[in-house]
Design a protein around this ligand. Structure first.
Ligand SMILES: C[S@@+](CC[C@H](N)C(=O)[O-])C[C@H]1O[C@@H](n2cnc3c(N)ncnc32)[C@H](O)[C@@H]1O
Length: 265
């Protein structure tokens, strides 16, 4: 394929990264300003939202696009437009009717949550959000984990404010606490069509799975935003994990460097 360098990365992407690293990064400290500048490149990743076949009308597609770009401008978040577009398309293609639930495990400032609320509004789904609101759990003493302790910390009120300003007008169930004390103890009280796990650690991913799987519909899917994090990838790929969770082993589809989809059909 043309435009590939030796690492297999598209040539243009390499150039864009170098331009950003050398000409912009040294002069822009504010992470939200950096996110806004990066949008010039990343915003094109929303293309599946407009062009991939699915049940959404053209009005709904443009509506979601506008809301998503507003979030990208105002809330610092941890996913790319292309990852979000793929999650939306896959969710809509499940053709699950109103009343089903979407679950987010790990919301940071609520950027992804605000976007999911817009999707749930379109589909008539409920949205359930779980987070410590204290950042990534300290797993520095857990063998094999990568250490992101305390990163991505945002207060529950910050998330609520962001959702009020940039989210859809639907009721969102927010469950504060470590997954070990919430999801791991009490399964989500709703029929889940789609779950999205983004907590950066294998321990948290396993705990989130233990609360999601008992409520997951047969055709439901789970996205992991952490597939580039080796301990998480190992957890999801290991047959032992699924024996422990007493659930069939999923088919894992890698959708981007970081995003993977777990499905069982
Ligand atoms: C990378 S951020 C999520 C980013 C967000 N999904 C987005 O796209 O902007 C990771 C989140 O997981 C939460 N988290 C990490 N470990 C957790 C745990 N064990 N229990 C509960 N929340 C956890 C953190 O508080 C943080 O908000």
């Amino acid at each position: 394929m043309p435009f590939k360098n030796v690492e297999g990365r598209p040539y243009l992407e390499g150039v864009a990264k170098r331009v950003f690293a050398h000409l912009i990064l040294p002069f822009v400290d504010n992470p939200l300003s950096r996110q806004r500048i990066k949008l010039v490149w990343f915003v094109w990743g929303y293309w599946p939202l407009l062009f991939c076949p699915c049940q959404l009308s053209i009005v709904q597609r443009f509506g979601l696009l506008m809301k998503f770009m507003r979030v990208d401008w105002h809330i610092l978040h941890g996913h790319t437009p292309n990852e979000m577009a793929r999650i939306v398309i896959e969710s809509v293609r499940l053709e699950v009717g109103p009343g089903a639930a979407m679950v987010e495990a790990g919301c940071w400032n609520g950027g992804s949550t605000a976007k999911f609320s817009a999707l749930c509004e379109c589909l008539g789904w409920e949205l359930h959000v779980y987070d410590s609101f204290q950042g990534v759990e300290d797993v520095s003493r857990v063998a094999g984990e990568w250490d992101y302790s305390g990163q991505y910390s945002a207060a529950e009120n910050t998330v609520r404010d962001n959702l009020k300003k940039y989210g859809a007008d639907i009721e969102i169930r927010i469950c504060p606490g470590w997954f070990a004390d919430t999801l791991s103890r009490t399964p989500v009280p709703a029929e889940i069509a789609v779950a999205y796990i983004d907590c950066d650690i294998a321990k948290g991913t396993a705990e989130a799975l233990s609360g999601i799987l008992p409520s997951l519909m047969d055709k439901g899917v789970i996205f992991s935003q952490d597939y580039h994090i080796t301990p998480v990838k190992l957890l999801l790929s290991s047959a032992e994990t699924w024996v422990r969770l007493k659930h069939g082993r999923p088919e894992i589809t890698q959708m981007s460097r970081r995003l993977s989809k777990l499905s069982w059909t």
